[in-house]
Design a protein around this ligand. Structure first.
Ligand code: DX5
Ligand code: ZN
Length: 214
């Protein structure tokens, strides 16, 4: 299991310390949520802030774009240090072109779907994707409750294309991580349950082992 702590739950006034802390605590990837205030009713950060975090870890940057028509910003996010770029299918008028732009820039392409989007919408793109992000809450905010019925989407994707990674994001903790692992999830995003834990290393290690006791 790959564990990607979400910096959305970190202390933004100490980003370099927070990123080093989760690196040392065993994070596999760093999950970065870019929100535009249009696609989701919240604003976070963009390429300049991501680029300022880049020197503090060698771990892959897993960038989750919650922005309308992301295509024009792909080169900037890549230049800022994104290794995996996830965009929302619902936000792109030409998803093929966005996948192409991500691949052309040398990053790994990934598509996210909101809870209300059926899994069928993503199936035509699986051949060209490194990963699919199945949202397990409505995108926009941390600390929400996990939606277990989203895991049927994970099963469909893994059945069709076992080699495409599936990531879940929203409400992931020790308990929901095990449910996700049983459905075939490869990557767990966790904000509150890692940054809110007394011992981040223990929290990450328990998430990493969520597929060991199926
Ligand atoms: C929500 C973001 C998540 C968020 C998850 O739109 O995509 O990455 O940080 O937070 P938790 O783990 O607290 O649900
Ligand atoms: Zn996210």
């Amino acid at each position: 299991m790959i564990v990607a702590p979400s910096m959305l739950a970190s202390d933004f006034s100490h980003l370099s310390d927070e990123i080093r802390r989760i690196d040392i605590a065993g994070a596999d990837w760093v999950h970065l949520d870019a929100m535009d205030g249009h696609f989701v009713p919240n604003l976070t950060f963009g390429p300049p802030v991501i680029s300022s975090m880049r020197p503090y870890t060698d771990k892959p940057f897993d960038v989750h774009l919650m922005i309308d028509e992301p295509i024009q910003y792909i080169p900037q996010f890549r230049k800022a240090g994104a290794d995996i770029i996830t965009f929302h299918l619902e936000a792109a008028s030409d998803p093929d072109a966005v996948i192409q732009a991500i691949s052309d820039g040398g990053a790994k392409p990934s598509v996210a779907i909101k809870p209300g989007t059926p899994v069928d919408a993503v199936l035509p793109y699986l051949d060209r994707l490194y990963m699919v992000l199945v949202m397990t809450v409505e995108p926009g905010f941390g600390g929400q409750k996990f939606m277990p019925n989203m895991l049927s989407k994970v099963r469909v994707i893994k059945q069709k294309r076992p080699d495409v990674l599936v990531e879940v994001d929203g409400g992931i903790n020790d308990v929901t991580a095990k449910e996700a692992a049983r459905a075939g999830v490869n990557v767990l995003v966790a904000g509150t349950s890692v940054f809110g834990a007394k011992d981040a290393a223990a929290a990450i290690s328990s998430l990493k082992n969520s597929d060991r006791t199926l």
